[in-house]
Design a protein around this ligand. Structure first.
Ligand code: CA
Length: 220
């Protein structure tokens, strides 16, 4: 018994997957294909994909926005869970990575639900705000360049409806956030957002130690 979050041993992690992971064949295939990619560490873990899908279902989300699509695991997991009438808006800078995402969206039959914006996400989010998408989204996932995390949150808070959910990924950054010896730009940016969220009265939050750390934010 433990009254704090457990450290996961390899055996315990495997057990969690054994007794709870439900990953569709197409998601497993996408994960397998991405695992050969040099940047495969950027893909979310399967249990995190399942957790986010559950959050999407719990919040009744039909309008999902994500910043940082990579090869499409999170967007595909969300599209498959929140229904064929859901709207999925994806932001990324990479034609190469998102080509893999597009291939799997096509195969899963969700392409017509997904809008992909290639370019700097701050510009895309600004564009969404100026085209009547304020308070539009039910759920947002932030998982892109860490230096802009603060800007993505600020814009996201305007784009997500009251009662909606923003999930911010990599908030524990392999533990670097708690290591005073580390002061690179990415770690500093994540720490700054974590500190800011802690006392932001406009939201309620929980930092969940799943994957690399995922902060869940409910907009009041
Ligand atoms: Ca991530």
């Amino acid at each position: 018994m433990s009254n704090r979050t457990l450290n996961l041993t390899d055996d315990l992690y495997d057990y969690i997957l054994d007794v709870s992971l439900r990953e569709s064949d197409i998601l497993a295939e996408l994960r397998e294909e991405t695992s050969h990619h040099t940047m495969s560490m950027m893909q979310i873990s399967p249990e995190q994909g399942q957790f986010m899908s559950l959050l999407g279902e719990l919040t009744g989300s039909k309008r999902y926005l994500e910043v940082g699509t990579f090869t499409g695991y999170s967007s595909l997991a969300m599209a498959l869970s929140i229904g064929s009438d859901a709207e999925i808006v994806c932001c990324d800078v990479s034609e190469e990575y998102t080509a893999i995402a597009r291939k799997y969206w096509e195969r899963a039959g969700v392409t017509n639900q997904v809008t992909l914006h290639l370019g700097h996400a701050t510009e895309t989010l600004d564009m969404l705000l100026s085209t009547d998408h304020g308070n539009h989204f039910d759920m947002m996932f932030i998982d892109a360049d860490k230096a802009n995390y603060g800007a993505y949150f600020d814009l996201g808070l305007q784009l997500v409806r009251s009662g909606g959910l923003i999930a911010v990924d990599n908030v524990l950054w392999s533990g670097a956030v708690a290591d005073p010896e580390v002061d690179d730009e990415d770690t500093t940016a994540i720490r700054a957002l974590n500190a800011r969220l802690h006392h932001d009265e406009r939201i309620s939050l929980s930092l969940v130690p799943i994957g690399d750390g995922l902060t869940l934010i409910r907009k009041k």
